[in-house]
Design a protein around this ligand. Structure first.
Ligand SMILES: Cc1ncc(COP(=O)(O)O)c(C=O)c1O
Length: 356
């Protein structure tokens, strides 16, 4: 079976992990700091703060911006639930705007209509690794005095006019095993803001600057040395991985027939965390057909966040037709760097063959 994702870990990662085990220092230490510095340099920002996951990176970013009860955050319903849950976990309210039907990212034309006196932030998600229209989003945020928290959990290495995602204000990344690089579990916050970075570091570690002296409420959202050691090696491979994803994506796009293939806006570099096609009719039949041909696929996402039972219980009754329709039609195909030329041809034949 051709898997939908496959972490690429080799001898270097194994050696790095063994070196940590030999060192005796397992919890957050010098490797976490080195990974943070390398990641900040990669994104072109002053600070990177490592966390235990992408979810805790988002939670920390929301908390560090002082977003709490009574506040609203404008975001997308077409995402993994963690993007919105990070807002809910601060007792603030996610306000969903519909998406653009080709990029699947939040539609910037709808943002201003969702802004109220309670709005504190815009939280765009670079879904599938395809960067949002950050120039427009940053401009709207500046006009309304809002912060921007980028959910770049799927978009390591994506750029907008040469500028890395995660460098526009506050960025959040995930290193879950399916992501473009992995640390098993792990996350990172990126920012140029010294004070925000300081608050995020405190939140990550029980509000303590000095051991057993706690100056603010915080949590244990720390990354381990083992995770950071893997991350340092993986970061060195990120550009190669993204390039391989882009090459695979270009091959698929040039050959697939009868389905809508992904788009890349002018000036943007899509990191192809997922290669997501759109099938007007029979998406599930195509997925079954591909499975029978030995090709795994994924539906990201079958239900938008506002339609999830958890959000219905919170009282959400939104009608966001573009996101809801996308959930019925999207299908992600394998695009990861572990694919061979034969795998790609098998995927093309599977999609282009008779299946309906
Ligand atoms: C868009 C998005 N946001 C947030 C997360 C949460 O990251 P993690 O699984 O590392 O907590 C993910 C990971 O799946 C994601 O895809």
């Amino acid at each position: 079976m051709i898997p939908i994702s496959a972490p690429l870990l080799g001898a270097e990662e194994k050696e790095a992990v063994l070196a940590v085990l030999d060192s005796g220092q397992l919890a957050q230490g010098p490797r976490v700091e080195a990974f943070e510095q390398a990641f900040a340099a990669y994104c072109g920002v002053k600070h990177a703060i490592a966390t235990s996951s992408g979810t805790t990176a988002l939670q920390t970013a929301v908390l560090a911006h002082g977003i709490g009860p009574g506040d609203e955050v404008v975001t997308t319903p077409f995402t993994f639930i963690a993007s919105a849950n990070a807002v809910v976990s601060s007792s603030a309210k996610p306000v969903f705007v519909d998406i653009d039907e080709r990029s699947y990212n939040m539609d910037p034309r709808l943002i201003e209509g969702a802004i109220t006196l309670r709005t504190k932030a815009i939280l765009p998600v670079h879904i599938f690794g395809n960067p949002c229209q950050m120039d427009l989003i940053v401009e709207i945020a500046a006009r309304h005095g809002l912060v921007v928290i980028e959910d770049a959990c799927q978009a390591h290495g994506a750029t907008v006019h040469g500028k890395k995602v995660g460098s526009f204000d506050t960025g959040c990344f995930s290193f879950y095993p399916t992501k473009n690089i992995t640390t098993a579990e792990g996350g990172m916050i990126t920012t140029d803001d010294d004070e925000l970075a300081d608050r995020a570091r405190l939140i990550r570690s029980h509000g303590q600057r000095q051991r057993y002296y706690h100056e603010s409420i915080g949590y244990n959202f720390r990354m381990t040395e083992i995770q950071a050691a893997i991350g340092l090696v993986q970061l060195g491979k990120l550009d190669r991985f993204v390039q391989a994803r882009r090459t695979n994506a270009a091959y698929l796009t040039s050959r697939l027939r009868g389905v809508l293939t992904p788009v890349e806006a002018p000036g943007c570099r899509h990191a192809y965390h997922q290669y997501t096609i759109r099938v007007a009719e029979g998406r599930d039949r195509l997925a079954q057909h591909l499975r029978a041909q030995g090709i795994a696929t994924g539906v990201y996402y079958p239900l938008p966040v506002h339609k999830q039972v958890a959000y219905q219980k919170l009282g959400y009754t939104d009608c966001l037709p573009v996101a809801e329709k996308a959930c019925e039609q999207v299908l992600s195909l394998p695009v990861h760097p572990g694919l061979s030329g034969a795998d790609l041809d098998q995927i093309v034949e599977g999609v282009n063959g008779r299946w309906s």
